[in-house]
Design a protein around this ligand. Structure first.
Ligand code: PEP
Length: 249
């Protein structure tokens, strides 16, 4: 079966109102292949601008985080209901920067994924190992520890509405991309792990690679059997480069 392919932009705490408008203008007229989705995840203040300027039905907007609660005294946080108000469709959850700097444990990430799904948002669930974990042969263990609480919380069937992004922490923002061999092997492990719960669901889940993807290395990565696209950080802030990545799938 042919899975949906996805290229998602994670702007992190970068960008501007001007970039938000220009990125939409730069991508609106592109002809993407069938069953391909482009997602732009800007900082929250630019979500409405992106939404208002998108004119291509294959491009959607995503947020970079939500709180696991509906509303209340959580200063600085964003609720899934607010994203519903803006008709935002996707949300990145469990990014390694949030896990490392904002104490998003795998259990909290599981809560967020559950709440996102209950609110009609599609989570882009990020998982990945550190350099030390890879060097000590613990990659698969780490990835399974990150996936298990989410599966326990939402059930494997719900993964039909989840996108998984494998992002080795050592490759994020470092210019050190995983080799295609390492990336494919790890994606294969992730799909196999999900298949241990339900083989049909595992075949349907789009698996994205993230970590120093650019217009030069994306083609070879995207050509791998279990890599269905990418989650792009730095290169997603450059309109022409991001466009090339979106068209390379
Ligand atoms: C990311 O942070 O999700 C990411 C993949 O960043 P970069 O492409 O800059 O490595």
């Amino acid at each position: 079966m042919s899975r949906q392919t996805i290229v998602a932009a994670n702007w992190k705490m970068n960008g501007s109102l001007e970039l938000a408008t220009q990125m939409c203008n730069g991508l609106n007229d592109e002809n993407f292949k069938d069953n391909h989705q482009v997602i732009i995840c800007p900082p929250a203040p630019y979500l409405s601008t992106i939404q208002a300027n998108l004119k291509n039905s294959q491009i959607a907007c995503g947020a970079q985080n939500i709180n696991e609660n509906e509303k209340g005294a959580y200063t600085g946080e964003i609720s899934a209901l607010m994203l519903n108000d803006l008709q935002v469709q996707y949300v990145i959850l469990g990014h390694s920067e949030r896990r490392a700097m904002f104490a998003d444990s795998s259990e909290i990430v599981a809560e967020k994924v559950a709440y996102a799904l209950a609110s009609g948002l599609k989570p882009i669930l990020c998982i990945g190992e550190t350099e030390e974990e890879r060097e000590s042969g613990e990659t698969e263990l780490r990835l399974s520890y990150q996936l298990a609480p989410v599966i326990a919380k939402i059930g494997i069937e719900s993964f039909k509405n989840v996108v998984v992004a494998y992002e080795p922490v050592w490759a994020i923002g470092t210019g050190k991309t995983a080799s295609t061999k390492i990336a494919q092997e790890t994606h294969e492990f992730i799909r196999g792990y999900l298949a241990g719960f339900d083989a049909d669901v595992a075949q349907q889940v789009p698996l994205l690679y993230g970590g120093s993807v650019n217009a030069t290395n994306c083609k070879e990565l995207f050509a791998q059997a279990d890599i269905d696209g990418g989650l792009i950080g730095g290169a997603s802030l450059k309109i022409e480069e991001f466009k090339k990545i979106c068209l390379a799938v």
